[in-house]
Design a protein around this ligand. Sequence first.
Ligand SMILES: Nc1ncnc2c1ncn2[C@@H]1O[C@H](COP(=O)(O)OP(=O)(O)O)[C@@H](O)[C@H]1O
Ligand SMILES: [Mg+2]
Length: 247
Amino acid sequence: MEPGTGGDVVLVAEGLAKRYGDREVVSDVSFRLRRGEVFGFLGPNGAGKTTTIRMLVGLVRPTRGRVLIEGFDVRRRFEDALRHVGCIVETPDLYRFLTGRENLEHFARMLGDGAEGRIDSLAALVRMEGRLDEPVGTYSLGMRQRIGIAQALLGDPTVLLLDEPANGLDPAGIREMRELIRHLAEERGLAVFVSSHLLSEVERTCDRVAIVHRGKTLAEGSLDELTGGGARSLEELFLERTGGETV
Ligand SMILES: Nc1ncnc2c1ncn2[C@@H]1O[C@H](COP(=O)(O)OP(=O)(O)O)[C@@H](O)[C@H]1O
Ligand SMILES: [Mg+2]
């Protein structure tokens, strides 16, 4: 355990940067994710959200900065760190010709550690128990997202990272996703990190927020702190911090 990362803080991102060729697509991203909260990573398309998530889980190596998960440095202690994380980057990786259950069984076997025994309760949690034996190719996007979340939870993580989970969903699907995310944080104590370019969705779903713009985090705090107890909207804050650009 590294100093200053214990207790409530489950993930620390410190000064993350990523350069591709001569272009720095992420230049300074820092935030802390706490147990039991829904944390919104809010920024427009191209701000560097997906690249940041890839760095958080070691899919992309940062040019600078570091990530600690449950106190373990992702670069130096990859397995110890990633054991605590479930993640969906962009869209869930599922085999479309296999059923939901077969997909979950496949990933559970790779994980070992009793994961297979969690399949039915996770399917119920994401409200997919009735459709589990149908091929993933017949599922709606919302259903694929929910099976993806069940898959991400198979390893019993303390941190769940979701990249734009509302993208492409209809209003009912967005509401279901929001309720599931809130449930995971409030009832299961997970730290849920949600990236989004949808300001109103972040306002509805998240406890705390970081604003990311052109590869930099510009503000981090609770919705209450950032809006001055409701004195201004998150949109006004966003406009102020980004010099007039909207999400
Ligand atoms: N592998 C890559 N090589 C070069 N540029 C990339 C790569 N991945 C992402 N980018 C660029 O980095 C910027 C940020 O992308 P991304 O992290 O996907 O943003 P967001 O998820 O916030 O929309 C974009 O301009 C994108 O084109
Ligand atoms: Mg993205």
